[in-house]
Design a protein around this ligand. Structure first.
Ligand SMILES: Cc1ncc(C[n+]2csc(CCOP(=O)(O)OP(=O)(O)O)c2C)c(N)n1
Ligand SMILES: [Mg+2]
Length: 330
């Protein structure tokens, strides 16, 4: 049998299968959303496709009962791991009143769910970074042992919010894990035109924290670095910057046409490294994902996505009179 990497990380067969299940669920929800969008049923999609391994591998290394997630719009894998359901996500896609993220008020991808410690974010990219730093500061002042996990794109690592947040966290040794999901593009701009340094993780030294670049298509590699960062944060040693490198397999959003700025060959090449394929292969080699198990899993998740779609499509919209609720006090 091939090398058993998950055992050496302390992960059971059940746990890695659960990891794969979460990745596959994210992929299946995302694929359904594109179909719903193209058939005119939901207004907008912003995809996780290509980034599931980074999102789920990282989340599984955290304490999902205690830690705070400050995700960005592609993080379907993160929010599913933190406890959001397929139904919750579909309610958001259809902008229905029961959507836990915003009651159907926000665009999809603006995740927020208090009971699962998923902190709501804004549309300007990277504003979640100083929030994550502030929550970590509050935790430190109250002597709690949670860490905050904040994600953003590599393009967003050029925003001032990242640099201010990282510096403050470094100075005060706050338990923050900064994870950049480097998918090689910021809309149409390739990474070569985004960064003057070679790697996003090179920026860590400027803020007095360790920086790691990791294969974002490998959930076990991401798990390992995030686990180390979480342990470090809990020990009071401060923040870590992690760059998980993968590839955006879809256009930027359902309103983008990526054929105008990247070659099809490049996308086809990246698909060979798709974690949904490569991690499934690993689990097959390990005899964890048997043919029977795979068929069972596909059926279970397809049913779940179908039920969620049907429920959300038939759910009620918010009452028009409620449009101004929560804008100010009420
Ligand atoms: C402050 C700000 N500037 C510009 C935008 C418009 N915008 C939305 S997503 C995006 C690209 C972000 O790229 P990256 O950080 O690499 O994340 P990715 O979408 O690739 O995951 C831009 C420019 C925005 N939302 N906020
Ligand atoms: Mg990007």
């Amino acid at each position: 049998m091939a090398e058993n990497r998950h055992k050496s990380l302390g992960l059971s067969d059940e746990r890695v299968l659960e990891m794969f299940r979460t990745m596959l669920l994210a992929r299946k929800i995302d694929e359904r959303m594109w179909l719903l969008n193209r058939s005119g049923k939901i207004p907008f999609v912003i995809s996780c496709q290509g980034q599931e391994a980074a999102q789920v591998g990282a989340s599984f290394a955290l304490d999902l009962e205690k830690d705070y997630a400050l995700p960005y719009y592609r993080d379907m894998g993160v929010v599913l791991a933190f406890g959001m359901t397929a139904k919750d996500l579909m309610l958001s896609g259809f902008a229905k009143a029961e959507d836990p993220n915003s009651g159907g008020r926000q665009m999809p991808g603006h995740f927020g769910q208090k009971e699962n410690r998923i902190v709501t974010g804004s549309s300007p990219v990277t504003t979640q970074v100083p929030h994550a730093v502030g929550i970590a500061l509050a935790g430190k002042m109250e002597k709690k042992d949670f860490v905050t996990f904040v994600t953003f794109g590599e393009g967003s690592s050029n925003q001032g919010d990242f640099h201010e947040g990282a510096n403050f966290a470094g100075v005060h040794k706050l338990p923050v894990i900064f994870m950049v999901e480097n998918n090689k593009y910021a809309i149409s701009v390739p990474v070569s035109k985004q960064l003057a340094c070679e790697k996003v993780s090179d920026r860590a030294i400027g803020y007095g924290m360790p920086g790691h670049t990791v294969d974002g298509n490998d959930p076990l590699a991401v798990y390992a670095v995030v686990k180390e960062a979480a342990d470090r944060g809990r020990r009071g040693e401060g923040p870590t910057l992690i760059e998980a490198v993968s590839y955006r397999l879809t256009p930027h959003s359902s309103d983008d046409d990526d054929r105008t700025y990247r070659e099809r060959d490049e996308v086809a090449e990246a698909k060979k490294k798709d974690s949904i394929v490569t991690f499934a292969n690993y689990l097959r080699e390990q005899k964890i994902l048997t043919e029977e198990k795979e068929a069972e899993l596909n059926k279970e998740l397809d049913d779940l996505v179908n039920e969620a779609t049907e429920y959300a499509e038939n759910a009620a919209y918010a009452e028009a009179e409620s449009a101004m609720n929560y804008v100010y006090e009420e």
